[in-house]
Every structure is written in structure tokens, then in C-alpha cells.
Design a protein around this ligand. Sequence first.
Ligand code: ZN
Length: 295
Amino acid sequence: MGEWHPESPARLQAIEDQLILARLDGLFERREAPLAELPAILRNHTPGALALVRDHTPKVDGETYPLDADTLLCSHSYQAALRAAGAALAATDAVIAGTVSNAFCSIRPPGHHARPSEPMGFCLFNNVAIAAHHALDGHGYERVAIIDFDVHHGNGTAEAFRDDPRVLMASFYQHPFYPYIEPEPCSPTSINIPVPARSKGDVVRPLITEHWLPALHAFKPEMIFISAGFDAHRDDDIGGMGLVEDDYAWITREIMAVARQHCQGRIVSCLEGGYNLSALGRSVVAHLKVLAEID
Ligand SMILES: [Zn+2]
């Protein structure tokens, strides 16, 4: 999105670097992200939203096109967005087929701010929402849960499934903060909890225990998607919260326990935010060690 932009290719390299440092890079089965099929994108997005990204992607390398003040397209953006969504779709297929027990999509651009009708906030297509639609409408699942622990509210995901009883969304997010949406009351399918800036694990963990977990157990998801943003980390200056690697490991363990109890461990986790490169890499390692049952 430009040399100055925090949503940069260095983020994925930082994850690779920390996997190597942790001597875990050889332990994971890696798959290339295919391009998403357009009908799968159009289950979540309007044709206008798709056309906005496709038609404004510059044809010349080095040019950018601003969709909003901090969401820019370069000549590779449309392909990258199709591959990010394609990774989430392929991971969903693989987990449902049972060829892998769970999957992490190391992808960018992120997705959870992308509204059904327009991209925003570094996000072009809503990868997790597209994958959730695929599990529901493509595979015939009746109940999926989406857990979002990014520091920002996943407004695009919440909007996509606001009136859909098949999807339980559980999140916490710093408030007041971008995208500056007023909190909505919790319901049986919407457990989105605002928390004040500077909140640490001692605030967040009890909220998860008290609010997310009973709702998840009552809902009995057939599959769990994670919007895995790591910008609530203490070292991340984009957010203002105080989580550390141990908190991400703890949250992942709690999600794993729900998945084991209700859906044979089926989890697809997709990278969202996380902009301090070292903290991002270390937090993803903590998340992956739990998903892979190494820790
Ligand atoms: Zn974020």
C-alpha cells in the first residue's frame, strides 16, 4: 500500500523469521494460496465492491490508487486479495475434508473491516466472512463461529452476519477506537465486547471466560474461524492494548477446547492485523504452537 504503510509485505516475512528462530519452520505443512473463485467472493460482497477493487487496481507497477485515506491499491492488489480469500477458502475445504485438522492462513491484505458493499481500513475482501459463507452455503454447515481478537472491531464481519442466525461472532475490541462504531448489545449470535485502551490479559481473559465461552458452548459450532489480529499486543503502537504472547496462546487454547468438544477441532485461522513486526512474529508463533499442539 506504499513504502510508508504499516500493512506491508515485511509482516509475512517477520512471521517466517520468527518461525525459523523458534525452529518450527520445518514442522508445518505449507500450501500455496490459490486464487478465489469469484462466486465465492460474491457470496459476501456486492458486485460493486468486487468491481471497485478489480477496476481500480492500477495497471502500471509503482502506481497506487487510494480507496480511502489508508487503503491503497497497487498493481498487484486485486491478485493479492483473490489469493488471501483463496487461502481462506482452500483452508476451509482442507479442514472440512479432514486432510488437515486446522489451518493458519498467513495472508494479506487483511479482511475484517471490508464491508459487504465496500473495502475499508487496509481490507479489500473479507477473507473470514467469505470462508464462513463457503462453509455454510458451499458445504451445507448450519452453524459456524467467528472469533475475532484483533484490537479493532471486525465491523465488516459483524455487518455481513448481523441478521444471520447461522453465525456466532465473538470478539473483544478496543473502544473507543477505529472504526468508531457504537457498540451494539450482545445477543446469542453477537458477543462483541468493547474494552478500554491499555487493557491487559487480566482484563481480557475473564471477559472471554464469562462471555465468549458459554455462548460458544450453547451455540455448538460445526466449525470455528478466527480473525487472528495481533495488534492488541503491548508492543504494537497501532493499537493501545497490553496483550502479550502468553495471552494469545491462552486464547488459542480456549478456542481449541471448544473446537474439540463441538466440531472435531475444525479451525481455520486467518491473519488480520499486527504491525509491530517482532511482536507479530512472536505472537503468531505462540498461536501456531497451540494450534499444532506443540505447546
Ligand atoms: Zn487491527
